[in-house]
Design a protein around this ligand. Structure first.
Ligand code: CMP
Length: 140
């Protein structure tokens, strides 16, 4: 089925100037960018976005990292977009990511891991609404 998923190009990848290279991988796999912008999150916004991880030991470091610079947030649309995006990203820990995946090629560590992608349709809907409320999504 055609799905939408929320993708974030994290501060490490934005700082490396590889936004375009990462988007090219999504486009090459048949996903379309139907919304997108740069945003420098506040601690409150990053904490709200990652609220499900609030009790995890890495939460504080995660929030600090996500506000260390601007991120590129985007909505990807296409056939099986959620799983396709996760396949393109590779494992959360870049050391475990398959060769040729975004995290294997661009990420340094489990914290600075280049990209985030929604993990299920329910979270995708919540995450897309968080960054793109209303009409700022353009199917084409
Ligand atoms: P992301 O997909 O953005 O979701 C939560 C993030 O927490 C994850 O990517 C990692 O960058 C970060 N993180 C740090 N340590 C861990 C861990 N032990 N398990 C899962 N995620 C972690």
């Amino acid at each position: 089925a055609i799905q939408r998923t929320l993708s974030i190009i994290k501060p490490d990848a934005v700082a490396k100037n590889v936004i375009g290279q990462i988007i090219a991988r999504f486009e090459g796999a048949g996903l379309k960018v139907v919304a997108g912008r740069l945003v420098h999150l506040s601690a409150a916004e990053a904490g709200q976005f990652y609220a499900v991880h609030k009790e995890r030991p890495f939460f504080k470091d995660l929030v600090e990292f996500m506000i260390s610079g601007p991120v590129f947030v985007q909505v990807l649309e296409g056939e099986d977009a959620i799983a396709k995006n996760r396949d393109l990203m590779g494992a959360t820990d870049p050391k475990k990511a398959e060769p040729g995946t975004i995290r294997a090629d661009f990420a340094e560590s489990i914290d600075a891991n280049a990209v985030h992608g929604s993990d299920a349709p329910e979270t995708a809907a919540v995450e897309i609404a968080f960054f793109f409320p209303g009409m700022n999504v353009y199917s084409r």
